[in-house]
Design a protein around this ligand. Structure first.
Ligand code: T46
Length: 142
């Protein structure tokens, strides 16, 4: 199965332009309760961000302006995807290494997060990440 899982948001556009509403609760498209929202913008030229995974945190990333490239890696497979659509949310599961590259000047990335900010949830060392993800996927035989 691909690591790239998109959530499509309906655009409520009319002759004036476009509008996307993210409802919490009833019939929400995001598969967790949103506890935090943050956004990344004005990224300096040639800068890449991320380079970590989270133990518990799940997120949905939406590129509402411009573009960037997201790399997801579950410790076995690595995939790269272009983000440039305000109507598409990229689901980033827990135990998923992420990197963000190739930000355009006008890129604004909004992130919906399942947990409050917690530095202890970060795995910033790739070797440690692969060890933790392999242990998580290992089903002990009886
Ligand atoms: C992720 C990717 C997509 C806070 O104080 N509160 C927050 O909620 C966040 C997200 C960050 N910070 C502080 C921690 C650092 O001092 O803001 C600073 C920049 O954060 P960081 O270097 O972690 O930024 P990125 O772009 O490397 O990663 C962020 C998120 O941290 C991470 O969870 O998945 O965006």
């Amino acid at each position: 199965m691909s690591l790239i899982q998109w959530i499509d948001f309906q655009s409520l556009g009319d002759h004036r332009g476009q509008l996307v509403a993210l409802e919490i609760g009833h019939e929400q498209a995001v598969p967790f309760d949103i506890k935090r929202v943050y956004y990344i913008y004005h990224t300096a030229p040639d800068v890449s961000r991320g380079f970590h995974a989270h133990k518990k945190l799940k997120q949905v990333a939406i590129c509402i302006s411009g573009s960037c490239r997201m790399v997801l890696d579950d410790g076995k497979t690595r995939e790269s995807v272009q983000m440039n659509a305000p109507t598409k949310g990229l689901l980033i599961d827990s135990l998923m290494w992420r990197e963000m590259h190739d930000f355009s000047d006008d890129c604004v990335l909004i992130i919906l997060a399942s947990e409050h900010y917690d530095e202890k949830d970060y795995i910033r060392d790739y070797k440690e990440f692969t060890r933790i993800s392999q242990n998580a996927n290992h089903t002990p035989t009886s």
